[in-house]
Design a protein around this ligand. Structure first.
Ligand SMILES: [Zn+2]
Length: 111
């Protein structure tokens, strides 16, 4: 459904919200980000830091008021996140994953 072009402009918006690594404050490089899952107006991104090799898993969602994001720091690769995701939410249920991030259960699952 979303073309490559749409993904890129979406990512540019997303990277205005989370511009830099929370650990070393290096600016994120949007081209390193991977979209792990998408559903309706919500996207799950894995964003690695090029400098300190930490990563953030961020849920980006859009609504009538614009774009919001919530993220958790992880040292997992995007592949590992994808398999972790399959263990605890329905395969494509991004909104359930968003709930998990909000109530903290995601970070417990990812540890
Ligand atoms: Zn960093």
């Amino acid at each position: 459904m979303a073309s490559f072009e749409l993904d890129r402009s979406f990512l540019n918006d997303a990277f205005r919200l989370m511009a830099s690594c929370p650990l070393c404050h290096t600016k994120y490089q949007p081209q390193l980000a991977k979209i792990i899952a998408e559903k309706d107006d919500a996207y799950l991104l894995h964003v690695p830091c090029a400098k300190c090799h930490s990563a953030v898993v961020a849920m980006i969602f859009t609504n009538a008021f614009g774009m919001s994001s919530v993220g958790v720091l992880t040292d997992l690769t995007s592949d590992e996140v994808m398999s972790a995701q399959r263990r605890f939410v329905e395969s494509d249920d991004v909104l359930a994953l968003y709930q998990a991030m909000k109530d903290g259960s995601l970070s417990r699952h990812l540890v």
